[in-house]
Design a protein around this ligand. Structure first.
Ligand code: URA
Length: 235
């Protein structure tokens, strides 16, 4: 993998900062100075050091994406572009997969990782990790709708959801926040449909204590920070 990527992954700073470290001659592979930030290294075979300190290579990759609409939350698909297809090649080679699913037309916070145990900790129904969605509906919600969400809603297949939170954010724009702690198929859309409302726009903005980074445009992604990984592990 590229040395700048390895160092950014292992906490030596942003891509820009690690490029500077390479330029300064602070980075070595098996005792030989690395001259280019695009140099390829094999962290399993070479000892990489920064200012003499050995770099601890992490096996796993953890990404936060602002998923764009029109892309499938899967690793591969015969027909459509997937969230993995839109990653950079050097991330794709580490074989990340999306943690849970968002519908094709849903945007927002999606975590990708190659750490199965971590992913299971977030998606396991036993964990009840909360997810917050921003939605635009076709009508203004009522106090009765909020009450029904809080009590749990019976979906079209007879399943009764766990209690959820429906908050009015902007009544003119019909903008709401919906918090659920499970991940049934099309859950938010079906819950809204059950109270006579249709979802016109849907974006996930939070998972557990992790909020979608407002600096990420749709389609952009970044590495999760150590504290965000820990937060999700403790969710
Ligand atoms: N609920 C939905 O209806 N769709 C999503 O993509 C996520 C939650």
């Amino acid at each position: 993998m590229r040395i700048d990527k390895l160092l950014a992954h292992t906490g030596y700073g942003t891509r820009k900062e690690v490029k500077k470290l390479v330029k300064q001659g602070a980075v070595e592979a098996d005792g030989i100075k690395i001259k280019s930030f695009s140099a390829q290294v094999n962290p399993d075979k070479e000892v990489i050091t920064v200012k003499g300190e050995t770099v601890e290579y992490r096996e796993f990759i953890y990404l936060m994406m602002n998923k764009p609409p029109g892309v499938i939350s899967a690793t591969e698909d015969d027909m459509h572009e997937t969230v993995v297809n839109i990653l950079e090649l050097e991330d794709i080679v580490r074989q990340p997969f999306p943690v849970g699913r968002l519908d094709k037309d849903t945007e927002g916070l999606l975590i990708l990782t190659n750490d199965g145990k971590f992913a299971h900790g977030i998606t396991s129904p036993k964990k009840h990790v909360s997810k917050v969605y921003e939605a635009v509906l076709d009508q203004t919600v009522t106090e009765e709708d909020k009450k029904r969400f809080a009590e749990g809603i019976v979906l079209d297949d007879g399943y009764e959801t766990k209690p959820a939170r429906l908050e009015q954010i902007d009544s003119e724009k019909m903008l709401v926040h919906i918090t659920i702690s499970e991940g049934k198929f099309h859950q938010v859309k079906r819950m809204c449909h059950a109270v006579g409302k249709e979802v016109l726009f849907l974006k996930r903005i939070q998972i557990g204590g992790i909020v979608l980074d407002p600096k990420l445009e749709t389609g952009e992604y970044r590495d999760l920070r150590d504290e965000e990984i820990e937060e999700l592990q403790n969710s």
